[in-house]
Design a protein around this ligand. Structure first.
Ligand code: IMP
Ligand code: MG
Length: 182
């Protein structure tokens, strides 16, 4: 599939993303105002651009950590286990935590990560996703903050890849195949 020729059409501009992040940052600051301290956890690799821009908008005492989990191999498995490829470096017990994800699609990744991290007893655990494809959901998960709701399109850019490419685009684009597969 990556070898099929495609073009990328702009879906969300860099400017629109930046404006939305400013709005989200003000809401996040309000939510965590009581302690003023926050551990921001980026899910590797797709969230790396989003987390970089988001934390620079936050007027809070922020620590940054990263978590990488395997994508579920089999959607039929109802297991709540998630395989950790790279664990957090720090402890989150008793602390305020914000998990940052690129896209919520079926919801399996975030429901598992939420379950995993809540087991470590943070004081407050909140989630943010830049993009949400609600029409694709297989398990009930809703992030506390969403940048943009999008239709069921395959997107790339701003950290998000197609077969590891296009993460470096400054905007969100949708992949459009230019040849008929048949
Ligand atoms: P979920 O577990 O199905 O919610 O999967 C979420 C993950 O699937 C995201 O973090 C992405 O890594 C990947 N994903 C879902 N939709 C897209 C897309 O349109 N482009 C690239 N990756 C996607
Ligand atoms: Mg991801």
């Amino acid at each position: 599939m990556p070898d099929r020729p495609y073009v990328i059409d702009t879906m969300i501009s860099a400017k629109a993303i930046a404006a939305r992040i400013e709005e989200l940052a003000r809401e996040i600051e309000a939510e965590f105002a009581e302690t003023g301290k926050l551990v921001v956890i980026g899910l590797l690799r797709g969230s790396f651009v989003f987390i970089a821009d988001l934390v620079r908008e936050l007027r809070l005492d922020v620590e940054v950590d990263f978590l990488e989990v395997s994508s579920y191999g089999n959607a039929m498995e109802s297991s709540r286990e998630v395989r950790i490829l790279k664990d957090l470096r720090g402890q989150i017990e008793g602390r305020d935590v914000l998990v940052v994800e690129d896209i919520v699609d079926t919801g399996h990744t975030m429901i598992n990560v939420h379950h995993l991290l809540s087991g470590r007893n943070p004081a407050k655990l909140r989630t943010i996703a830049l993009l949400d494809k609600p029409s694709r959901r297989e398990v009930p998960f809703r992030a506390d903050w969403i940048g943009f709701e999008i239709p069921d399109e395959f997107v790339v850019g701003y950290g998000i890849d197609f077969a590891q490419r296009n993460r470096n685009l400054g905007y969100i684009g949708k992949v459009r195949f230019t040849e008929d597969a048949s």
